[in-house]
Design a protein around this ligand. Structure first.
Ligand SMILES: Cc1cc2nc3c(=O)[nH]c(=O)nc-3n(C[C@H](O)[C@H](O)[C@H](O)COP(=O)(O)O)c2cc1C
Length: 174
């Protein structure tokens, strides 16, 4: 099993380590020139930013070529994942790739402008991280096929967030 991960504060790395296999850091890979991979199982693990993929994951996906029999993606998030994974499934389909399993896992929220780390640590046990992670590991081991359904509320929030990011945040940083 080969896993590509991106992590800022360790949640996604923790998930990657728990699932196991050969782990590759996406920022490290992007520094090199090797983007051809082949394995029976290939996985992508990353934090969800603004109900979407972090920019570095999009860049990586634009560059990578891979072959696998089973492909999965896990988004870690702290509060609300929006339609991130469904949009990723659409992206894979557009590229002619197949995502067999897409899931999310609620973890400690590291978006510090809104959430305080001390509060986050207090509510950590309510998030049932270990139980959920066990289920995800088991699902991957049995090569379960699963793509979550997105709700209207998630789609509305995601669209609004994307408009906000493209109008105000991307413009500012351009
Ligand atoms: C810039 C930024 C944007 C984020 N956006 C979201 C979000 O839209 N929804 C959410 O639930 N959590 C959001 N988070 C929280 C992270 O997705 C969450 O804490 C994740 O597990 C962090 O993973 P990491 O420790 O591997 O970096 C955001 C965090 C950052 C820093």
């Amino acid at each position: 099993m080969t896993i590509f991960y991106f992590t800022a504060t360790g949640n996604s790395l923790f998930v990657a380590k728990t699932i196991g296999g050969k782990l590759y850091s996406i920022p490290q890979l992007l520094k090199g020139r090797y983007f051809n991979f082949e394995d029976d199982i290939i996985g992508f693990i990353f934090p969800i930013y603004g109900f979407a993929l972090p920019r570095i994951i999009r860049k990586f996906l634009e560059n990578i070529k891979y072959k696998s029999n089973y492909t999965f993606a896990i988004g870690t998030y702290g509060n609300m994942h929006g339609s991130c994974m469904n949009n990723l499934v659409k992206y894979f389909t557009k590229r002619g790739w197949k995502l067999n399993y897409a899931d999310t896992i609620l973890m400690v929220d590291n978006y510090l402008p809104i959430f305080e780390m001390s509060n986050q640590l207090q509510i950590m046990q309510d998030k049932h991280i270990d139980e959920h992670l066990k289920t995800i590991v088991n699902n991957i081991n049995i090569k379960k096929a699963y793509i979550p359904k997105t709700t209207i509320k998630e789609r509305i929030f995601t669209t609004l967030a994307q408009i906000f990011v493209s109008r105000f945040i991307n413009k500012k940083s351009a």
